[in-house]
Design a protein around this ligand. Sequence first.
Ligand SMILES: [Zn+2]
Length: 136
Amino acid sequence: MSGVMNQKTGKGAVTRFRKILEEKGTDIRTRMSTGSFAEIVHRRGEPSDEGDLSQQSHEEWLFVNRNQLEITVLKQVDAALRRIERGTFGVCLECEEPISNKRLEAVPWARYCIRCQDRHNALSDASDIVIEEEDL
Ligand SMILES: [Zn+2]
């Protein structure tokens, strides 16, 4: 099974990526279960004038949007962890070529190599989500 693992993504690197992915997964789960969600629900019950209301629904929209993004990333993170278990981490799901370390550093849960990703992007389909550093 370990033969599938490409030379570039060595065992040490995989261990490190696993740690990053596990932390990311825990981070997202924690963030989704606490804080802002309860806050939004709470604020919904408060009386507000129209200006507030549109501001509020904009915030809700941002929140829901962000959460959907996080749920998508969480799924990709979990899938990447499963690929580590199977020993196929770091290999493109489509062309089975190794995904470059540079790409994995940026997106540890990447499913496709940059070439296949570009093709998917062009078709606006199944893109790997890239989250920049926390914007909080
Ligand atoms: Zn590929």
